[in-house]
Design a protein around this ligand. Structure first.
Ligand SMILES: Cc1cc2nc3c(=O)[nH]c(=O)nc-3n(C[C@H](O)[C@H](O)[C@H](O)COP(=O)(O)O)c2cc1C
Length: 366
């Protein structure tokens, strides 16, 4: 494929009100390289700046915790819950903007998957159900997850307000938007998932009820911050602690989930699947990206296994995704965009070299 064949990837776009020079975003990746009290560090300035210099037109930050209570998932995770944390992000944002890229803050409440929290020992979840799997040792976790405390309605309200406050902080810091982390098994996905949510109130039971909290979080942020500041959401079937999970109601669930999120005012939907181009369900032909576009009718980011530019280009050409995001492929090629433009060979991702928690590695180039 000649460079001309990548014209979709390299074409500019007005995405959720942001003018992007190409269709390539950095996927959110937790790097546990903040200070212990959740402040963005110089190491993080260097980390994000490299992707901006490398040509990614949009960077989505690692999951950032929104409150000083239950939301922190990992030790050395950055927060945006107070003024000092908010201020600390400015040097990251300024550096990225100077290099001509945009940067969106991913707001993540870990809920029952919290495994390192400086504010709270207990964890919260929709129901008192022990999460599947084990804590990630890669992020200093050890053993099984504790059983979370079932949230009451006041605690649900508090979580909503913390997302609003964090979004306000993100705007104040200079971020170009926020992405609500509704994916990968964290608190909002715990509400969405049938086996972690056994509630009998308006937040449990039907898919409409299980998606309600995600919808309300978008709505309250939109009410507070208006239309100018993009508020998107990330959705997946797979979870960090259950990678093979699929929605029981398949296409029907997808229709309800995506149409509700779009109706709530989501500025974009970021879909992550292990392989974005694979069918979403067994015996089905459609991808989750396709379903998000059809039922959501909002800009869509596709993520998962798209580091081969031919694959990324052909997915964009199908017309369901507006931009793509790269995780592992970006870690091994922080200048992926430049390399593809210059027809240089891409480096293969390998966990040994590219996945070590950067906080543990002295003097390592990030
Ligand atoms: C080290 C690492 C950390 C991650 N942290 C986050 C995170 O904080 N938030 C999130 O939504 N996804 C996170 N992910 C998932 C990635 O954003 C992405 O969905 C996944 O790596 C699949 O995309 P890829 O095939 O391009 O790597 C993480 C992935 C990796 C490899």
């Amino acid at each position: 494929m000649s460079l001309k064949s990548f014209e979709k990837l390299f074409s500019g776009i007005n995405f959720a009100g942001l003018h992007l020079g190409n269709r390539i975003a950095l996927a959110p990746m937790t790097r546990v390289s903040a200070s212990e009290d959740g402040l963005a560090t110089d190491r993080m300035v260097k980390y994000y700046s490299k992707f901006a210099s490398g040509g990614f037109s949009l960077l989505i930050t690692e999951g950032v915790y929104p409150d000083e209570q239950y939301s922190q998932g990992y030790l050395f995770q950055p927060g945006i819950a107070n003024d000092i944390q908010t201020e600390a992000w400015k040097k990251v944002i300024d550096s990225v903007h100077e290099k001509g890229s945009m940067i969106i803050c991913q707001l993540m409440h870990a809920g029952a998957l919290s495994q390192g929290n400086i504010y709270q020992e207990e964890s919260l979840g929709p129901s008192e159900i022990k999460p599947k799997g084990a804590q990630l040792s890669f992020y200093r976790g050890d053993g099984e997850f504790p059983v979370p405390k079932e949230m009451n309605l006041q605690e649900i309200e508090k979580v909503k307000l913390s997302f609003v406050q964090a979004a306000k902080n993100a705007k104040k810091a200079g971020f170009d938007g926020v992405e609500i982390h509704g994916a990968n098994g964290y608190i909002l996905d715990q509400f969405l998932t049938d086996y972690t949510n056994h509630r009998t109130d308006k937040y449990g039971g039907s898919v409409e009820n299980r998606v309600r909290l995600l919808v309300e979080v978008i709505q309250v942020i939109r009410e507070e911050l208006g239309d100018e500041f993009p508020v998107g959401i990330r959705i997946s079937q797979a979870k960090v602690n259950d990678p093979d999970h699929k929605w029981a109601g398949k296409e029907k669930d997808a229709e309800i989930i995506f149409s509700q999120l779009a109706k709530a005012g989501a500025a974009f939907i970021h879909i992550t699947e292990p392989k974005a181009y694979d069918p979403a369900f067994a015996n089905s032909k459609v991808t989750l990206v396709e379903l998000a576009k059809i039922h959501g009718a909002v800009p869509v980011i596709a993520n998962g296994g798209l580091e081969d530019p031919k694959q990324a280009e052909s997915l964009l050409r199908e017309g369901f995704a507006d931009i793509i995001s790269l995780g592992k492929g970006a870690l091994s090629n922080q200048d992926w965009v430049k390399k593809v433009t210059n027809k240089q060979e891409l480096e293969e991702f390998n966990a040994k070299d590219h996945l070590l928690p950067i906080a543990n590695i002295k003097d390592r180039e990030v």
